[in-house]
Design a protein around this ligand. Structure first.
Ligand code: BGC
Length: 255
């Protein structure tokens, strides 16, 4: 077991990639704080799966776009388990609109969850690690769109591009504390963020034709890499982005 005795917080872990990571972490020996915003039933299912793996879980509701809630989430996790070793910044959203029609409210929501939420969750985690004089690991769930343009998702791309630089910057600032930070860039993964695409056979077929491995990814495809980056096997790895995209990045053409 790669994460025995560790305590992990996974944001947005009631669904999709976050939930797969929470469950996989538990199977690797970690106790897990499960965070949700609007899907308590998914969080409860994630908790059941964590407990079925023989680990402890805690469900905490928090909206990652609200900094006070982010701070409270980290504080609650620390209070409950006594410490935090791993933070996975997974919660993320996207909205579809041509650039010239994006509203300020949509822009704010996407940037606040995908970038500001990560910024202040990581800050709270780092403050905790510094106070307790311990090392730790941060894993960000970014996207292939931290590199690739994604027309009609300008705010999403801006948030993921920002996340790429945040990861690099913090790797440099936090190395002195033994804190590593890396990103995972998933491609097209079968999760609720893609629910519209999954219901559109034409778009789905066109996308699949661009993926060298000829299928969408599954949340579990991402979870294995998250385990590696959160484990001591990755002690000398920081400031990097790892792509989990079936080869999509090198074979991508916007529809
Ligand atoms: C987006 C998906 C998209 C995928 C591949 C992800 O970051 O959330 O909507 O299908 O990238 O383009």
């Amino acid at each position: 077991m790669k994460l025995a005795g560790k305590i992990a917080l996974v944001t947005g872990s009631s669904l999709g990639i976050g939930r797969a990571i929470a469950v996989r972490f538990a199977q690797e020996g970690a106790d897990v704080v499960i965070n949700y915003n609007r899907t308590p039933s998914g969080a409860q299912e994630a908790l059941d799966e964590v407990e079925a793996a023989g680990r402890r879980g805690l469900v905490v509701q928090a909206d990652l776009s609200v900094t006070a809630e982010v701070k409270k989430l980290v504080a609650t996790a620390v209070e409950h388990f006594g410490q935090l070793d791993i933070l996975v910044n997974n919660a993320g959203i996207e909205t579809h609109a041509p650039f010239w029609q994006v509203t300020e409210a949509d822009y704010d929501r996407v940037l606040n969850v995908n970038l500001k939420g990560v910024f202040f969750a990581t800050q709270a985690m780092v403050q905790h690690l510094m106070t307790t004089k311990r090392s730790g690991k941060v894993v960000n769930i970014s996207s292939v769109h931290e590199e690739l343009p994604f027309p009609n998702f300008a705010a999403y791309c801006a948030s993921k591009g920002g996340l790429k630089m945040l990861t690099r910057n913090l790797a440099v600032e936090l190395g002195q504390f033994g804190i590593t930070i890396n990103s995972i860039a998933p491609g097209a993964i079968e999760t609720p963020i893609n629910r519209k695409l999954l219901r559109d056979p034409q778009k789905l077929g066109a996308l699949q034709a661009q993926i060298p491995l000829a299928r969408l990814g599954r949340p579990e495809d991402v979870a294995g890499l998250a385990v590696f980056l959160a484990s001591s096997d990755a002690d000398y790895v920081t400031g990097s982005t790892y792509f989990v995209d079936g080869g999509l990045t090198w074979h991508y053409k916007e529809q």
